[in-house]
Design a protein around this ligand. Structure first.
Ligand code: SF4
Length: 286
């Protein structure tokens, strides 16, 4: 295998991306001022100019699934690492440390009085495992679909956590503890609803938490460049018409946050989220 080399598209300076990049978008989400998409890769198109930007660039370095980001100056890297998982809102954290197995998919840690949840899986990384131990461990691992299970089995073993996956995705985690059958929503305690949304894959599911936070896997995300909700027809492995129907079904649900596996997160007031969802459904139907 060739040794990765620094991409020529990087601007001069400490931070750079090398040819191990798989163009997963993780760095561009975490540090959009530093990284841009250039052809089939990400590159450092502007070096961080202050401490906050440098910290965000270290978040990207730590979260990159292939280790494609480097820096000649690593002062501040240890401090940035200590901040993972990164708090987002209301006891919900972004795990970082993405896995190549899920193409850099985002995973989330949710602190709950009845036991904490992991939504999809990061890389099994001892530092993160210790941090999650200190935060109370994991009771449930919700797996949206087969592509983003990454190291869920290792987390389940370590924390004696119970994995939840749809029957039609079970081949990705054959020994999962809870199997969801059929296409009806499933209430899980008083705060959670599991909603099958076939389309991207046959047994894809989303998780609705407290009628406010929707963990969407690869079903639905925010397009930060276009400033609108998006679903990816080019990456729809099962059925686009089924994905359209599943999107319509979500029009009956109430939520304000979208927390996807791939693509950007977004928080909109309920009325604006409803309008954005209606626009997306209209676009998908065209
Ligand atoms: S996070 Fe890593 S693999 Fe993903 S786009 Fe950035 S440099 Fe490439």
């Amino acid at each position: 295998m060739n040794t990765p080399r620094r991409l020529e598209a990087n601007v001069d300076g400490d931070f750079y991306v090398n040819t191990a990049c798989i163009n997963c978008d993780t760095c561009r989400q975490l540090a959009p001022d530093t990284f841009s998409e250039i052809g089939d890769y990400s590159a450092v198109t502007r070096q961080p100019v202050n401490q906050e930007e440098k910290q965000r660039t270290f978040y990207a370095l730590l979260s990159c699934p292939t280790g494609a980001i480097g820096s000649k100056d690593v002062r501040g890297l240890g401090e940035a690492r200590q901040l993972f998982p990164l708090p987002l809102t209301n006891g919900i954290y972004y795990c970082g440390f993405t896995s190549r197995k899920s193409f850099g998919g985002s995973s989330y840690f949710l602190v709950h009085p009845d036991g904490n949840w992991l939504i999809d899986s990061p890389r099994y990384f001892p530092f993160l495992v210790r941090k999650l131990e200190k935060m109370g461990g994991i009771r449930y691992i919700f797996l949206t679909h087969r592509d983003d299970v990454a190291d869920a089995d290792k987390y389940a073993n370590h924390f004696s956590a119970e994995r939840i996956i749809h029957r039609l995705e079970q081949s990705a985690q054959p020994d999962a503890e809870h199997i969801i059958d059929g296409m009806e929503s499933v209430e899980w305690g008083k705060d959670f609803r599991i909603i099958p949304v076939p389309g991207h894959t046959r047994g894809h599911m989303v998780l609705l938490y407290r009628n406010e936070f929707l963990f969407t896997g690869d079903h639905l995300a925010w397009d930060r460049e276009a400033g609108k909700l998006d679903a990816h027809k080019d990456y729809c492995w099962y059925s686009w018409s089924a994905q359209c129907d599943s999107m319509k079904r979500l029009l009956t649900e109430r939520f304000e946050w979208i927390l996807p596996g791939h693509g950007a997160r977004v928080h909109l007031r309920f009325e604006n989220m409803r309008k954005a969802m209606e626009t997306l459904v209209w676009e998908m139907d065209k």
